[in-house]
Structures are given as structure tokens and as C-alpha cells.
Design a binder for this molecule. Structure first.
Ligand SMILES: Nc1ncnc2c1ncn2[C@@H]1O[C@H](COP(=O)(O)OP(=O)(O)OP(=O)(O)O)[C@@H](O)[C@H]1O
Ligand SMILES: [Mg+2]
Length: 401
């Protein structure tokens, strides 16, 4: 069967044909090898930490197999229900407390003289915990606990406590969380120290991202020009999801399924593919709007600066400076100032460093007092770190309106 672009480039799920194996810079092994090693070490808990959308789930699917994963998120566990009962419910094991077995006794002995006597026999089952562990071992399953940081602190400790004992009984578990989010119940738990395998997923680099495009287009019988692949990798920043998405949209734009060639590909076409990709990111429009508005001025008008054919205030200017070429995952205040200076051309009045720093501080507090979706960058030691590559991509290519 001929493969189509949508089978090859998969931005939202497991990329069967464009899965790229990566090597950690901390050690000379691939992440797949490291996870396999960890899962083979009886009595150890595996903790995977990595920035959002870097392939933590996909890594588990690759190594463990989609059908062997029993997945939960930190939200799924409630203080009101026993940890093991929650798992038993999900995998369809009858719970200890409500297990009553009805049996029809037939034919033999005194009890069976009257045929069809129905008796209610309550089997005394081992606890839910033992049943769940047994079931996981028999079926070779692995518990994957995603977004662990979403569980309340007390629930986190309860989960860690339950797992500590279970892993000694051959119960295999992977706990996944984001960096900078609290998972101290696992990583700083003295009961687990010495029995914890840590896997830190690093951000993707340009070479690794490129490989998605090269591999995918190869599968479609085409060789992409290295210069175009580089440009796409640069735009993807550190996001394999973005790369998958750009490749898919470019394929659709070029109608690759019906005409497998790059004849029509040039930079204007590539830019069109970026714009098309940004349509999937409209949820960032509201984030951009909120940050662009800055804090409430209580009716006072802000000073404006001339950028090409419009007047923008300092907040809009900041977003423009972050968005211009080249896209970067981190920018120093000095670099932001240089970018602003270029944007403002020969305007007489340009914001100084102090004003820029105050502006970034204000935006940072707006982000911090908003939902997690708004936390798209972080300001630390005079440096702006982009936490959400998709947001920067939207700033660059979306129609901000
Ligand atoms: N090794 C890989 N090779 C190719 N593409 C990948 C790889 N890892 C991830 N991707 C792409 O990135 C997307 C996001 O990956 P995944 O959902 O595993 O990230 P995550 O770290 O679990 O994200 P989240 O923090 O939201 O849970 C995948 O659907 C896929 O398109
Ligand atoms: Mg995930």
C-alpha cells in the first residue's frame, strides 16, 4: 500500500514512520536503551522528566509498546479512593469490596438434591493491590503515570508510598513530569533514593529535527534540499511536534500524495507552509493578545514607538523583538535591545535597558498570574527563555490581528 503524507508525518500521536532515536548528551546511550535498561531493573522506579512536547509519551510507546501501557495522569487519583482500586477499575478487575460470585450448584451430594439451588459465595480475595500487581505481571504491563505534577502534594506522597513497595514485587512503573514542576515526592523521596532511575529528556537540536524531514520525505520517495530542511528545523526551534506539523502541511500544499516532487518548492512556498501550520495554533492568539496588552494602565495612554508603518507600545514592541529573525530559544536583554533598535530604525527615542527589563518583568507577572497555557516564556538572570516553541512560532507566522 502506498503511504500517504498523513501516515508519515504525525504531529499528534505516535510517528510510526518518522520516529527518530536520540542520544542523551549526558551518557552515550539512546533514550530507548536507557528506558529499556531501567525497566529491566527490578525494584527500581523510572522517572522521566522533560520539557513539554519533547517526546516523553512517544518514547514510552516506542519502548513499552502501546498495548502494554496502562496510562494514568496525576489527576486520575483521588484522596477518596484507594490507589489500587483506581487502577483495578481502569483495567476492569473486579474490586475486592464488591466481588460476590453467584454459583449454581448442580446434581451432586446433599446440597445438590434440589437442582438449581443458587448460592451466594463470597470469595475471600487477596487485596486489590495484590490482584493488580499479579495482573500486570501476567500481562507484562507497565503503569505509566503522566503529568505526575498534577496530583496534589499529599496524593503524590501516597502514590510514592504505594509504588515503593509495589516495585519490589516486580510491578513496573514510569512516572513522567515536566521540569521545574514539583515531583519531589519521587525525586527527593529518601525511601526511593538508590531505587530511582532518572531519565532527563533534553531539548531537541537542529540536527535531530532535520532528521524527521529527511526520513519522512525519503519514505515518500523524495529527497528534500538540505537548505530547506535546515530552515524548517530552525523554525521548529526545539519541537519535534512542530517539525512534524510543518512537514505535513508542506506535503499537503505541494499535493505530494498525487505528485511526489519538490519541483514547486521555493522559499515563498515554504513560508506559506509555515503560515498554514500556524492555523493549528490559534489557541495562542489569546495568549499573544494578553501579553501584548500588558498590565492595566487605568485609562492612561502609553508612549508609542514607530515600527515600519505603525505605532506600537513597549509591550507590542517586546513581542515583535522576540518574534523577528532568527527564531531563538533564549534571548538576552542586550539582544532584545539590539532587535528593538533595528525595528525602530532611525527613530529618535528608543527604550533603554532598564525600561526593557521592567517591561519583561511586567509580562512575567501577567504570565505567572494566568493559567499554565500562558506561561510561554521565563525571565531569569537577564535572559528570556522560550518555554513554548509553539507560541514563538505563532508569534512569527500567525495572523496576530
Ligand atoms: N522520537 C520522535 N521522533 C519523531 N517525532 C517525535 C518523537 N518524539 C516526539 N515526536 C513528535 O512530537 C509529538 C509530541 O510527542 P509526545 O506527545 O511524546 O511529547 P510529550 O513530551 O509526551 O508531551 P507532553 O509534555 O505534552 O506530554 C509526537 O506526537 C510526535 O509528532
Ligand atoms: Mg506526554
Amino acid at each position: 500500500m502506498k503511504l500517504r503524507a498523513k501516515d508519515i508525518f504525525i504531529p499528534g500521536a505516535f510517528p510510526k514512520y518518522t520516529y527518530i532515536s536520540r542520544q542523551s548528551t549526558e551518557y552515550d546511550f539512546t533514550y530507548e536503551f536507557r528506558l529499556t535498561q531501567s525497566l529491566s531493573t527490578v525494584g527500581f522506579l523510572t522517572s522521566i522528566v522533560g520539557p513539554s512536547k519533547t517526546g516523553k509519551t512517544v518514547l514510552c510507546e516506542k519502548v513499552i509498546g502501546q498495548d502494554k501501557i496502562v496510562d494514568f495522569t496525576g489527576n486520575d487519583f483521588k484522596e477518596t479512593e484507594d490507589f489500587w482500586a483506581t487502577i483495578a477499575r481502569k483495567i476492569g478487575l473486579p474490586l475486592e469490596s464488591d466481588h460476590t460470585e453467584h454459583r449454581t450448584i448442580e446434581g451432586h451430594g446433599i446440597a445438590g438434591i434440589k437442582e438449581g439451588i443458587v448460592s451466594s459465595v463470597t470469595e475471600s480475595y487477596r487485596s486489590n493491590k495484590d490482584k493488580v500487581i499479579q495482573y500486570f505481571i501476567e500481562k507484562d504491563l507497565v503503569l505509566v503515570l503522566d503529568d505526575f505534577h498534577y496530583a496534589s502534594p499529599s496524593m503524590q506522597f501516597e502514590i510514592a508510598y504505594q509504588l515503593k513497595d509495589a516495585i519490589r514485587k516486580y510491578f513496573r512503573t514510569v512516572v513522567i513530569s515536566l521540569p521545574h514542576r514539583s515531583d519531589d515526592a519521587i525525586r527527593k523521596n529518601s525511601d526511593l533514593s538508590g531505587r530511582l532511575n532518572l531519565i532527563n529528556i533534553e531539548p531537541w537540536n537542529k540536527g535531530e529535527l532535520r532528521e524527521i524531514a529527511v526520513t519522512g520525505f525519503n519514505q515518500l520517495g523524495m529527497n528534500i534540499d538540505p537548505a530547506f530542511a535546515d530552515d524548517m528545523a530552525q523554525e521548529s526551534l526545539s519541537s519535534p511536534q512542530l517539525m512534524q506539523s510543518i512537514c505535513l502541511n508542506l506535503s499537503l500544499l505541494l499535493d505530494i500524495d498525487n505528485n511526489a516532487s519538490f519541483d514547486k518548492l521555493d522559499y515563498p512556498m515554504l513560508k506559506k507552509a509555515y503560515k498554514m501550520t500556524s492555523l493549528n495554533l490559534l489557541s495562542y492568539k489569546e495568549v499573544a493578545r494578553k501579553l501584548k496588552n500588558g498590565p492595566n494602565t487605568r485609562g492612561q495612554k502609553r508612549k508609542t514607538y514607530p515600527v515600519i508603518d505603525e505605532q506600537v507600545d513597549i509591550y507590542e514592541l517586546l513581542l515583535k523583538a522576540i518574534a523577528v529573525d532568527p527564531p531563538k530559544v533564549s534571548l538576552s536583554v542586550d539582544e532584545i535591545k539590539r532587535r528593538m533598535d533595528v525595528l525602530l530604525g532611525d527613530a529618535a527615542d528608543k527604550p533603554d535597558r532598564l525600561k526593557i527589563k521592567n517591561t519583561i518583568d511586567q509580562v512575567q507577572s501577567i504570565m505567572q498570574s494566568s493559567e499554565p497555557m500562558y506561561q510561554v516564556f521565563e525571565y531569569k538572570d537577564d535572559e528570556v527563555y522560550i518555554l513554548e516553541p509553539l507560541f514563538l512560532f505563532y508569534l512569527r507566522w500567525g495572523n496576530l490581528g
